[in-house]
Design a protein around this ligand. Structure first.
Ligand SMILES: Nc1ncnc2c1ncn2[C@@H]1O[C@H](COP(=O)(O)OP(=O)(O)O)[C@@H](O)[C@H]1O
Ligand SMILES: [Mg+2]
Length: 309
């Protein structure tokens, strides 16, 4: 058993981080222009830790990886993401990224961003696999970003509608939302709020079988296309609905029983609603995971509930 630990870097970790960064970057093939990571010193790394912090990973007490942070608005920047070559293939990089995303959430930041050299395809692939999207192409590198998920506890149906309505303010034509959760979890209730926020015509109800309904806007905005696919067995049946035709001009919401959402759209909000085992408890947990470049670029903002609360 090895013991992999990631800690928030403090001034006391400065020398260990400098060493890890040097080991990691010295091992990479020579880039043109070369990375400036090798010129990091105790002074520069110490200053970075003091300003925005960082992470240090250790395996059995030996420094194995690390990174530095910076912060710009609601974005957490990752810099000098490093794994000592002696510890490659041990999950150090993944652990570091997971912890960095936790740091972003703890700090109330909406996105994580970093740059990666285009000369390093395996690095590019690493970030893609972790849900990062290219938001900018530059001369020698690309900028990757990922929007952080939002988690909310929703005590009542009314507040569920308000959250849907609040989210509507962040949506535009072409957006796709995939709602997952058991029957009665609140998917339709959430969609009703969305419809109210988008100011669309017609009441949003819970049809009994696969059906897609278009609710035109009463305010010159995008229509809401509401699909209830709870009982749809697979993607083929969904394809029959020919959603692609309206996807660009509307906000499309698919109520979907289970987690097959991946195939629906590369840019989407995956929304999972869960209720507790206790039937007398009306509380729902809501988790919104933004996926794809659309959200990596914009981020998902906090949702506000103004009502009775
Ligand atoms: N916190 C809550 N959020 C959403 N719905 C709730 C909540 N508490 C109670 N409800 C009720 O639970 C039911 C949810 O039904 P519905 O939205 O049709 O679920 P689904 O579409 O997921 O099957 C509604 O009757 C709603 O009034
Ligand atoms: Mg429903």
């Amino acid at each position: 058993m090895t013991d992999l630990h990631v800690v928030d870097a403090t001034a006391a970790h400065t020398d260990q981080l400098v060493t890890v960064i040097h080991h990691a970057f010295a091992n990479r093939r020579t880039l043109n222009p070369p990375s400036t990571a090798l010129s990091e010193t105790a002074a520069s790394v110490g200053a970075a830790i003091a300003s925005y912090g960082g992470l240090l990973a250790t395996i059995d007490g030996v420094p194995a990886g690390g990174m530095l942070f910076d912060q710009d608005g609601d974005v957490l920047g990752l810099r000098r993401v490093s794994v000592d070559p002696r510890f490659q293939g041990r999950g150090v990089a993944s652990a570091l990224v997971g912890c960095a995303e936790d740091v972003a959430r703890r700090r109330g930041l909406r996105r994580v961003r970093l740059s990666a050299r285009t000369e390093l395809p395996e690095t590019i692939e690493f970030w893609r696999r972790r849900g990062y999207s290219v938001v900018e192409q530059r001369e020698v590198d690309v900028v990757f970003a990922k929007a952080m998920p939002l988690e909310l506890t929703v005590p009542t149906a009314e507040e569920m509608r308000e959250i849907g309505s609040s989210l509507a303010g962040q949506l535009r034509a072409g957006d796709v939302l995939v709602l997952s959760g058991d029957l009665g979890a609140g998917k339709t209730t959430f969609t009703q709020g969305l419809g109210a926020g988008l100011k669309v015509r017609g009441s949003i109800t819970s049809p009994t079988f696969v059906i897609s309904r278009v609710h035109p806007s009463l305010a010159g905005g995008p229509a809401l296309v509401h699909v209830d696919a709870y009982r749809v067995g697979g993607v083929a049946e969904l394809d029959d609905l020919d959603l692609d035709a309206s996807l660009d001009e509307a906000v499309t919401v698919v109520e979907w029983g289970h987690g097959l959402a991946e195939t629906l759209a590369p840019d989407r909000l995956d929304i999972v609603l869960t209720r507790g085992d206790d039937d007398t408890d009306e509380t729902r947990e809501l988790r919104i995971t933004p996926v794809g470049p659309r959200w990596a670029g914009a981020g998902l903002n906090e949702l506000v509930v103004v009502g009775q609360g």
